[in-house]
Design a protein around this ligand. Structure first.
Ligand SMILES: C[S@@+](CC[C@H](N)C(=O)[O-])C[C@H]1O[C@@H](n2cnc3c(N)ncnc32)[C@H](O)[C@@H]1O
Length: 259
């Protein structure tokens, strides 16, 4: 009796029907739709109506050196355009730690980046959110958090926490649609705070155009601890920087006096 052959077999091949794959265009439309839904639900937290374009994502990733040892922590990965650019830059997926507050985005990220560690939580409470979920040093923290909606002190606290987690090294990379630094350069007392910064040219091929800022700790150890009951953010960092400069000046003076 003739076996019941399907069309592929009758053509003399053993091909089975491949599962239908989404095209890049379909994928990006789905991501766009998810993003817009998140924005409708929570505009202040989502911070944009569409995911970052590839030029901006690439510009963010360019500031992370794949040779630097340690984990790369991404804050607010959303649907993952920056994550994808980090991987394309040569950062192994299993070095990535993605901190995202939106549960739908987390599920999507789990599917897209199965080797990355995905933590659903508040990136603004970074130390607690990472807790004991990571081990090993952090080489860089890359953030797409909508910082412009936050008070200055909260932004500086995030930066201070990030530097502390990176043990006074590494870099904090942040994009912004704003024209000025998303990290206030001066505290309310108009004191310099303990970081240096560098900004990219505008990425015009993004909607809206954006810039990438990179922050590095300038003076490490003293700006890291916030003793209980003391001032937060910029004022505290500024005071500690001032005290450290004073100590350094005294040490220099005593070396000169001592010959
Ligand atoms: C402007 S979107 C950027 C998304 C993506 N990185 C991109 O470039 O397209 C900001 C993202 O940060 C997330 N987010 C906002 N506040 C957060 C928080 N406190 N903790 C964790 N994720 C947060 C939002 O859910 C959203 O995915």
């Amino acid at each position: 009796m003739r076996p019941n052959l399907n069309r592929a077999e009758t053509k003399g091949t053993s091909r089975t029907k491949a599962p239908r794959r989404k095209t890049v265009f379909q994928t990006s439309l789905t991501e766009q739709a998810r993003f817009m839904r998140a924005w409708f639900d929570n505009p202040a937290t989502t911070g944009a109506v569409s995911p970052s374009g590839r030029f901006l994502a690439r510009s963010m990733a360019a500031h992370v050196d794949p040779q630097d040892e340690g984990l790369v922590v991404e804050l607010g990965p959303g649907t993952g355009p920056v994550t994808q650019a980090l991987i394309a830059r040569g950062i192994a997926e299993d070095r990535l730690v993605l901190v995202e507050s939106d549960s739908d985005f987390c599920r999507l990220l789990e599917r897209r980046f199965p080797l990355a560690k995905i933590i659903q939580g508040d990136a603004l409470d970074l130390t607690r959110t990472l807790g004991d979920k990571i081990n090993g040093p952090i080489a860089a923290i890359v953030s797409s958090l909508p910082l412009l909606n936050l008070p200055d002190a909260q932004r500086l606290t995030l930066l201070g926490d990030a530097f502390k987690l990176m043990q006074g090294q590494g870099r904090f990379v942040q994009f912004t649609y704003g024209l000025t630094s998303p990290m206030p350069k001066h505290s309310k007392e108009d004191e310099a705070v303990g970081f240096s910064s560098q900004v990219s040219a505008p990425v015009w091929l993004n909607l809206p155009p954006a810039r990438v800022w990179v922050y590095r700790p300038q003076l490490v150890a003293p700006c890291l601890e916030r003793p209980k009951g003391q001032a937060k953010g910029g004022a505290l960092i500024a005071r500690m920087v001032r005290e450290m400069r004073l100590r350094q000046a005294r040490a220099r003076a005593s070396r000169i006096i001592g010959g």
